[in-house]
Design a binder for this molecule. Structure first.
Ligand SMILES: Nc1ncnc2c1ncn2[C@@H]1O[C@H](COP(=O)(O)OP(=O)(O)OP(=O)(O)O)[C@@H](O)[C@H]1O
Length: 560
């Protein structure tokens, strides 16, 4: 099959040639005709098989026949990096068709996006949160959307994005075609997607398994030896670019630091970075300025960087679907790649699930010459060092607690690292994996039994540990000194109302007009209930005078 068989307009064919595509991939061959006919489509195909062009090309073709200058195609994507990448694909495929696109995502100033939107764009590629901001501010009009595309549909329909997606769908008033694309679609998510489409045509290419162009290996290792082993793997393996996945933002950051200290040029990509930094990191990695990128799952979906030869799971993902997407960053289109995973005792179930998914056993490897017998203190573990909560039933070291070797129970390096002064005993106990024998002591001290993650229950904590109830307004005068100073500045104030300085807040609420004409009140801070301004007959509600109005919605409002 060739692209000519779709009868694309010359401008669209010019885009295809500009991207160097010779033949349509299977998902393109099967998805393009029903999209051109106007059907709703669910497109499922392995990672790196050209799903973006499978929806972009027919949509560009269809847009040639409708009036320009308004948003006609809306693409929703789960991450900012992916939104940029999809917009870039529309740019290169639609350049000759004079299609104008705009990417919309958070973390950057809205003004530039607003200017671009006002200039008239045909395609908007957006992350849901920022798109809703634009909708609420009235800076985007999506009423004329003819095609809605949800890329990485299963991710977008999972619990995190669902409410935003529902809100966006409500804003699409005119009948439109809905296209959902992903490499994976668990059945429970699929049920949700069905509500958004009418008689969808489902196109599934192959199984929803990791791309067959990727080979899989696991390196069994103890948790505390992961970093030295990873560094050893990086030293001894021939690689082009390597993408390493860590579970947490701090874990990714710390791991990148450690790899840098071992002499590699590396960077981390995680949600704590500013958007400018995220962009710079992505560009640097894309251009090959550095060869190793340590990332959280924000890099797991959709990113298309052809020189990634290895994906390494430093921490295993939570689901087999996540594994599929992570390792799909290598072996894209007609290339091959390798997926390596460092697995500890607690990853056994996940490895079994992945084996089931790829329908073959995964080879277990050892690094020759690596000292697997090093003690715990020789290694650093990143996820443990800050904020890592062990899974239920497992210690931070990855052993099932009941199986934990005696020598490793206490003390361990993690407990030793922790400053004893400011760490609550229950969290120490949970982190060190100390078994249930510690619990009675914590109960005696007034804490409830530690919950998963070592969080206190405030109900059972000693009084001193209870949080002070706060509310969102600050009385005009928080201290007596303030009141006296004000009384000096406004001598008539206290006398007119006939109240003492201790009651000054009451006088404010009783005489708001008089007060407001003399001194503007500041009610935007926090105060304890003890300082809360009283109002006769109204114990709980804020007096109208104190009510904060919504900030004005304007482009220049810096608080928005
Ligand atoms: N017909 C084609 N011929 C040659 N290369 C193609 C063709 N279609 C797409 N590609 C290239 O294949 C690569 C992967 O495409 P794309 O990013 O759309 O994959 P995907 O299926 O969306 O992957 P993922 O599931 O990871 O998002 C891109 O570099 C793209 O330019």
């Amino acid at each position: 099959m060739s692209f000519e068989s779709f009868n694309f307009a010359p401008a669209v064919m010019a885009g295809v040639r500009a991207c160097g595509y010779q033949e349509p991939t299977p998902i393109q061959a099967q998805a393009i005709p029903p999209i051109l006919e106007g059907h709703d489509v669910i497109g499922l195909a392995q990672t790196g098989t050209g799903k973006t062009a499978a929806y972009a090309l027919p949509v560009i073709q269809k847009m040639l026949s409708t009036p320009r200058g308004r948003v006609r195609t809306l693409v929703l994507a789960p991450t900012r990096e992916l939104a940029c990448q999809i917009a870039e694909s529309f740019r290169s495929l639609g350049q000759r068709a004079r299609i104008r696109e705009c990417s919309i995502y958070g973390g950057v100033n809205m003004d530039q996006q607003i200017r671009r939107l006002r200039s008239g764009v045909d395609v908007v590629v957006a992350c849901p949160g920022r798109l809703l901001d634009h909708i609420w501010r009235g800076t985007i009009d999506i009423c004329g959307v003819e095609t809605l595309i949800i890329d990485e549909a299963d991710r977008m329909f999972d619990m995190g994005f669902q409410p935003d997606i529902q809100s966006i769908l409500k804003c699409l008033v005119q009948p439109h075609q809905t296209l959902l694309f992903s490499a994976t679609m668990p059945p429970e998510v699929r049920k949700l997607t069905l509500e958004t489409q009418t008689n969808p045509v489902t196109i599934q290419i192959g199984t929803q398994a990791p791309a067959s162009s990727v080979s899989h290996s696991v390196y069994p290792v103890k948790n505390h030896q992961k970093t030295p082993l990873l560094i050893e793997i990086l030293k001894t393996t021939e690689t082009k670019s390597v993408l390493i996945f860590a579970r947490t933002k701090y874990g990714a950051e710390n791991l990148a630091d450690e790899i840098s200290r071992a002499g590699f040029t590396t960077a981390s990509l995680q949600g704590n970075l500013s958007q400018n930094r995220r962009h710079a990191v992505m560009e640097g990695f894309r251009r090959g300025n550095f060869k190793i990128l340590v990332a959280t799952d924000i890099a797991a979906r959709g990113l298309d960087i052809d020189h990634i030869s290895h994906v390494i799971n430093y921490d295993m993902p939570d689901t087999p679907e996540d594994y599929t997407h992570r390792i799909g960053r290598t072996g894209r289109f007609d290339r091959t790649g390798q997926a390596l995973s460092l697995v500890t005792g607690r990853d056994g179930d996940m490895v079994r699930d992945i084996q089931k998914l790829i329908n073959s056993p995964i080879q277990r490897l050892r690094v020759d010459g690596f000292d697997y017998a090093t003690t715990r203190n020789d290694g650093q573990n990143h996820s443990q060092r800050r904020g890592f909560a062990p899974r239920r039933g497992y210690s931070a070291e990855g052993y099932n607690r009941s199986e934990m070797p005696a020598a490793e129970t206490s003390p361990n390096s993690l407990t030793a690292e922790m400053p004893s002064g400011n760490v609550r005993p229950f969290s120490q106990a949970v982190r060190s994996g100390r078994p249930a024998d510690s619990a009675p002591r914590f109960r005696r001290e007034g804490y409830s039994a530690p919950r998963f993650g070592g969080r206190p229950s405030f109900e059972d904590a000693p009084m001193a540990a209870k949080p002070v109830a706060r509310f969102n307004a600050r009385p005009a005068f928080r201290k007596e000194d303030d009141a006296q100073a004000a009384a000096k500045a406004y001598p008539s104030f206290g006398r007119e109302t006939g109240v003492t300085s201790a009651e000054n807040t009451r006088s404010v609420s009783e005489n708001p007009e008089q007060f407001s004409s003399r001194r503007p009140a500041r009610f935007n801070g926090k105060a304890s209930f003890a300082n809360r301004p009283a109002r006769p007959g109204n114990k709980v509600g804020k007096p109208p005078f104190f009510r904060r109005s919504k900030p004005p919605v304007s482009e220049n409002n810096p608080t928005y």
